[in-house]
Design a binder for this molecule. Structure first.
Ligand code: S3P
Length: 450
């Protein structure tokens, strides 16, 4: 969505027994990467199951502005890429809307080219730190012009010949890793990224699939060293995008919380770099059956049967954060209905998401009667399994701060709370999960625009 659109408040009410089978839209991370690499590769790329969320569509527009030809043919997106090293200088500024992934990956991809590129975004994205990507790019020789600190708008200009670097990630961020690797595609020589804690690995996998010369080595401490030979040829591919586990999380937690529920969520990406929430919920005694495990497009995929469960509080270790970084808002909602206390550690990165998610979660929980405590990098939630007194009888709404996952999480909370839960704005949900309202309604959830 673009800045300034009218906000759309919404409200969720206590529901009974969710049921049915739903298919979750395509994974957002993989969809961005498919458009970027398809737009860059020589020849034709066909993408099936692409997420049609606004974040991803913005990345598509940006690739078009740099020379990719993209069209839709039935369920497929067909891309004719420019060829590696042959992006065109964009004649317009590149607007990434709400998307950190779109902007940070493209800063790497285009920033090393010897032309000016202007990067912009909405009010939420313009408050997010870009230094984590700009620092390695500077080391490759990229010139950075920004008006204010490391915030958007930013103008990048690459040198005539960018330098290969060896870069150790200081934050566990797949966006930073991906930005450096994508930059490395246009750098002569070998670009090396060292990743102390594994983050989602879709970029590495997809680069290899498009024919990049890339190696990944993991040492005995789990540190990964990724090496990419620059300026190689990438060739168009056929890509099947699996369902997004970060979107599946919302109907999944809703079914766990609403008594009498029994739902199936089909075609969910089960990459071990993304399944921290499922593992945590299983530790909390959630009834999640993993069915029909299979490989699709090089990724693990499964169907999930989820039944209402009596949850128990747990301590979630900090090391698990990268594999469930986008799922803490909805996990915190699940924890509100669990017996005992849930403590989530290692949450420092939540402060740099579409909003300061740690404080947005804590404020939303408190507004709706949940006992919780927010630390600098942790959150503890004391649950009340029957949801008695939860919700806001006075009709006060959760402030979503332009954050789609805060919006969806609190709507899920309302389905099991005694009183309704309202949110000030649901419009951002279209950035990642445009079908959310219809899909939840089809399962029997009572959610409406307020
Ligand atoms: C993403 C990486 C994560 C995640 C984001 C998507 C990606 O961000 O929160 O929603 O596609 O690479 P960080 O790299 O900032 O952890």
């Amino acid at each position: 969505m673009s800045q300034g659109s009218a906000s759309k408040p919404a409200i969720a009410r206590k529901s009974s027994g969710l049921s049915g089978t739903v298919r979750i839209p395509g994974d957002k991370s993989i969809s961005h990467r498919a458009l970027i690499l398809g737009g860059l590769a020589s020849g034709e790329t066909r993408i099936f199951g692409l997420l049609k969320g606004e974040d991803v569509l913005n990345t598509g527009k940006v690739m078009q502005a740099m020379g990719a030809v993209i069209r839709k043919d039935g369920g497929a997106w067909i891309i004719n890429g420019t060829g590696n090293g042959a992006l065109l200088a964009p004649e317009v500024s590149l607007d990434f809307g709400n998307s950190g992934t779109g902007v940070r990956l493209t800063m790497g991809l285009a920033g090393v080219y010897d032309f000016d590129t202007v990067f912009t975004g909405d009010a939420s994205l313009s408050q997010r730190p870009m230094g984590r990507v700009l620092d390695p790019l500077r080391r490759m020789g990229v010139q950075v012009k920004a008006v204010e600190g490391d915030r958007l708008p930013v103008i990048l200009r690459g040198p005539e010949t960018p330098a290969p670097i060896r870069y150790t990630l200081s934050v566990a961020s797949a966006q930073v890793k991906s930005a450096v690797l994508l930059a490395g595609l246009n750098v002569p020589g070998v670009t090396t990224v060292i990743e102390p804690a594994i983050t989602r690995d879709h970029t590495e996998k997809m680069l290899a699939g498009f024919g990049a010369e890339l190696s990944v080595k993991t040492d005995k401490h789990g540190t990964r060293t990724i090496q990419l030979q620059g300026r190689g040829r990438l060739t168009g591919q056929i890509i099947d995008v699996p369902g997004d586990p970060s979107s599946a999380a919302f109907p999944l937690v809703a079914a766990l919380l609403v008594p009498g529920s029994d739902i199936t969520i089909s075609n969910v990406l089960m990459s071990p770099t993304r399944t921290g929430l499922i593992l945590t919920l299983q530790e909390m005694d959630a009834d999640i059956e993993i069915l029909n495990r299979r490989l699709a497009g090089g990724e693990d995929v499964a169907d999930l049967r989820v039944r209402h469960s009596e949850l128990t509080g747990v301590t979630v270790p900090a090391e698990r954060a990268p594999s469930m970084i986008d799922e803490y808002p909805v996990l915190a909602v699940a924890a509100a209905f669990a017996k005992g206390r849930t403590v989530m550690n290692g949450l420092q990165e939540l402060r740099f998401k579409e909003s300061d998610r740690l404080s947005a979660i804590a404020q939303g929980l408190k507004l709706n009667g949940v006992e919780c405590e927010e630390g600098q990098d942790w959150l503890s939630v004391t649950g009340r399994p029957d949801g008695k007194g939860f919700g806001n009888a006075a009709g006060e709404r959760v402030v979503t701060h332009l954050d789609h996952r805060i919006a969806m999480s609190f709507l899920v909370m309302g389905l099991a709370s005694e009183h309704p839960v309202g949110i000030d704005d649901s419009s951002m949900i279209t950035t990642s999960f445009p079908q959310f309202m219809d899909l939840m309604e089809s399962l029997g959830a009572k959610i409406e625009q307020a």
